[in-house]
Design a protein around this ligand. Sequence first.
Ligand code: LLP
Length: 423
Amino acid sequence: MKDEIFYYQDKSLYCEDVPVEKIAAEVGTPFYCYSSAYLEGRFKAYHQAFGDKRHLICFAVKANSNLAVLHTLSSLGAGADIVSGGELFRAIKAGIPSERIVYSGVGKTEAEMAYALQQGILMFNVESHQEMQVLEETAKLLDKTARISIRVNPDVDAKTHPYISTGLKKNKFGLSMDQAIELYREAAGSRWLEVTGISFHIGSQILETEPFINALEKIQGIIHELSSSGIKLSYMDLGGGLGISYGNEVPPEPEDYVSATLKLASGMDQAIIIEPGRSICGNSGILVTKLLYTKKNSLKNFYVVDAAMNDLGRPSLYDAFHEIRPVSEKDNELTTVDVVGPICETGDFLARDRELPRMNRGDLLAVMSAGAYGFTMSSNYNSRPRVAEVMVRGTRFEVVRERETFNDLVRGEKIPDWEENGS
Ligand code: LLP
């Protein structure tokens, strides 16, 4: 295998030791393709950077929830950061032990809380007073103890896209430092709640360590204050959010991020939890799509491909940039094109005004850096079956999620028999 996970050999794009064309020939297009070696490498980079500091890496399941991805990480010791009952179900199915699962999110339902309590997860990251009350009642009903951390909103600017910034006062997430301290005092007196940790998560695709450090400093203040009033915490959950390169960005490496946090936190009693998603799986994956038609008008050239905004929503939603490479390297002259899908909206594009070689009907394209928030945000819009997912390991590959069928599209639907009954 080459140094890079995705590289060209004899003008053909490879994932690890498998030509992407070979997968396309067997699986059809479009499909997501993930490298297990990349996932493992990124997880280990985080893990090793902690040295002997007690830590738990809870992979953010929302970034990529395929069971094969979760299992690959869990077998290396990963836990999971979940935000729904469905994610808990997946994490458990993939073999992630419940004592390595933390539950984030502003809107946990009672049923989800009960499920997580029954599974015995490590802790709930509580985001409001009402949520804490409901959790306490639910725990009482089940005769269980809910381990909690309070999610603090440290009011720091993560300097990222406004839709994925979460640590500002105006965002819906977490509680102010004062509110948090009040909640801790209340929780400490409850028979059904066990104060376990403190957490924050300030945003996603963050390209500097400084916002994390600012948040950590604020959280340390709370930990000291709580400790002086006799409330001791076992865990400090720093959330996720480290960015990746989609092209020109130069993000801190996991090692840089961990060592920056350890500078502040290595001497503290609390074990550190982190919840990375994108920085583990983002560059592990590509979306492979086929060129259906080329067309041009007086203003623009279009490559109409068989993947669309329902398969990869990030360009349409966030105007996100994803590099696009031909699967079979071309020496043809470059041309400026919009790469668009078959969906009936102008917002359906994967790239706009992009320089790509001249290509023909049937050629394959790889949308890079698609391993995070790609498949997990996909939908059936325009009644398009969700695409297949493939995982590569060395010279082998396996379909880890089958392409949906038309029957999958209508599963659970029914036509009411009102007319037949005459009512
Ligand atoms: N922990 C919590 C509580 C989160 O809300 C998130 C992401 C993470 C961890 C993982 O963050 P990461 O390490 O992946 O940055 N759909 C958007 C990203 C939304 C992120 C939401 N929260 C995108 O495609 O860019």
